[in-house]
Structure formats: structure tokens, C-alpha cells
Design a protein around this ligand. Sequence first.
Ligand SMILES: *Cc1c(COP(=O)(O)O)cnc(C)c1O
Length: 403
Amino acid sequence: MKTFTKSFTQQEPIPETAIERAVDVLRSGRLHRYNAEPGDKTDTALLEEEFAAYMGLPYCVACASGGYALHIALRAAGLKPGDKVLSNAFTLAPVPGAIHNAGGVPVLVETQDDYTVDCDDLRERAAAFDARFFMLSHMRGHIGDMDAIVRICEANGIVLIEDCAHTMGARWRGRRSGTFGKVSCFSTQTYKHLNSGEGGLLVTADAKLAARAVLYSGSYMLYERHSAAPSAAEFAAVRLTTPNYSGRMDNLRAAILRPQLRALDDRCVRWNRLYAAVERWLGRATGIIVPARSPHEHFVGSSIQFSLPGFSDGEMRNFIALCSRQGVQIKWFGDAEPRGYTSRFDSWQYLNGGEDLPRTRKVLSTLCDVRLPLTFNEADCDLIGEIISECVADIRPMKNVAI
Ligand SMILES: *Cc1c(COP(=O)(O)O)cnc(C)c1O
């Protein structure tokens, strides 16, 4: 029996240059983002400048987490308590959580077989619910038809907010994911494309929105120390009417992130090699579906998803146990019992309505996910692909007998 022995949760170490920079910040004692000598820019302000430049956008606000950034993005975009917020149903808990935290009412939208948002359902719900916001989660890096999505939002007067937790470094038609929305948010939590343990980055080209986001993040009237932010005049209009929801990033995390950002594009290339190695196996195995991706989608393969059409819940459990015995850890997004993460919409029972989404439920029912940390190499991913293919083949004959 082939076995895989590496850990699916082991990320690469923080680069030495980042560690050195972090030690400098620790030695300085100046960890708070506004704690600088006059005229000096802190690592947090520099990270914002550098990430804004990477995105080709003027404004960036560094936050305590991705979910926090999503929450203030909604508020800064003008959400009022009780406003409906469309969101794709295939996402992770921080997304409905951010909508709830901002006082919005999530309206979940159905999922297509390729794991992206169902644009027909989006169009229908946009009209039926009179929603003004769409928080689009590029879940597990799958980018939907951005041309259609932008068109639907524009036609319905909907503000598009992108959750780019899994698309940092990705593009659609050559344009960076995160530049389609009025505001977009990224996470730098350990399992994302940059790792500072926790952290979030909000980007926008809208000066008014950026000013409000800085104030919400908790700027103590020190907003002039933000260099990837609009001019003081823009703040004057909102500085006394925007609450402080303290959720700033600190200089230690920013120091860890800056050298990683410089390596991001190289990392994306490495992730895609790992993805291709697993995909070569899954793509040719009987009974495994890796949905085709749009030629316009330049994704980052930091994880891979596949479906096992026709598998029952019991077979899914057997398959996962079989893989696990051979050292391959699979996440199943259709598990009725949330274990270690939640991605099934019916486990968010604080949402209003509790409406069923049959298409999404069906997609999730056999949807599997495998993380591909950069501590793996192509040979590792080749073995992972082989083990998964064999385990599916092992379950299938039992299935045929049952039928
Ligand atoms: C990780 C993640 C976020 C943000 O999460 P934080 O842990 O708050 O940084 C948002 N959306 C998705 C889909 C995620 O996976």
C-alpha cells in the first residue's frame, strides 16, 4: 500500500529576511502601527503601499483579519442595518459572518457544477430581494465569469465586493482578481497565499470608501500616517461620523508580510506546478470530475477540488477514511457535521430564512478538497494524485455491487 507521510497543514517557514525584519521591529518596541518617529513610515504603512502597488490600486488598509476586512468593506461601502447582501452559498464561515457582523442580511446564491456562482440565480435573486450588495467569494480560488458578474451588478445597481482569500495573485483575462469589485479583501491567515498568522488587506480605488475604511479600522485620528490612503480633505467629511471598530494590523505582522509579498508571484507558479501534478492523475481517473476551468481564469492552485458524482454520504466517508489511512487528508465540503471548518450553508443557522439551495447542496455532497502547501514537491503531488485515484477505484466496485 502506497502511503504519503508529509503534513497537509505544514506551510513553508517564514523567509529569513522576514524574520530579520520582524526581529528589528521587536527590538524597536514599536509594534503599534502609529508608533513611529516623526517622518518615519512604519512597516504597516509600507505594506499598504506595496500591496496597493501590487494590485495597481491607489488605496489599501491593513487589518487584523480577512473576515474583519470584509466586515468593514461592507460598512465602508454604505451598508445599512437590515440591507440584503447577496453572497455565493459555496464559501467559508467568515463570509456570512462578516455580513452578519456588519448588520446585513445574507441572501445566498446557488452554485454551478464548476463550483462558481450561478449567474442566472444571481440575476433572479438580485431582482427578487432588492439587494444592493454582492459579496463574491472566489471560494478555493475558483473565479466565476467575471464579465457576466460585473454586468449583472451594474444592471441592478449592486455594489460588488470581492472576497479574494484564495485568489491573491490570480487573474481573470489578465486583470488581477480583486480589481473588479468596488472594494476587495484578502486574508494573510496561515493557510492563505501570504502568512502572518492572522491578517487582512482591503483594497479599493474609491477615495470616500477608503477614508471610511481607515477610520473604521481604528486610526485614532492618525489617518495622515496612512500613505496608501486618500488626502486629508477626504477624511474631513467623515472623521467625526465614522466609528472606530479597532481592527488594525500591527508592524510585526506587516514586517513578516513585506518580503513574502515580493515572493508571491514565484509562489503562485510553484503552486500551479503542484496543482498540475495532482490534476494529471485526477483528470484521467474514472469517476473523478475536476471541472474544466475557463481559459480566462488564471488561478492559483494552492488547493485542488474534485467531485465524485454518484457517491453516497457513506461512500464519501469510506473514501476519505481510505485516503486518510494512506496519509492523504481530504476535506469533504458536504459533511452534514462541520468538523474543523464549515462550508455547508445549513450549518450557519443564524442566517435568516434557512432556505434550501438544492443545486449547491448537490454540488457540496461529493465535493472534495485537498490542500497543497508549498512544503510539497511535484513528486509528492504525483503520489497524492495516485493514491486518490486508487481509493476512488477501490470504492467504485463496491458501489456497482450495491447497485
Ligand atoms: C480564510 C477566508 C476568509 C478570511 O478569513 P480570516 O481567517 O478572517 O482571515 C474569507 N473567505 C474565505 C473563503 C476564506 O477561506
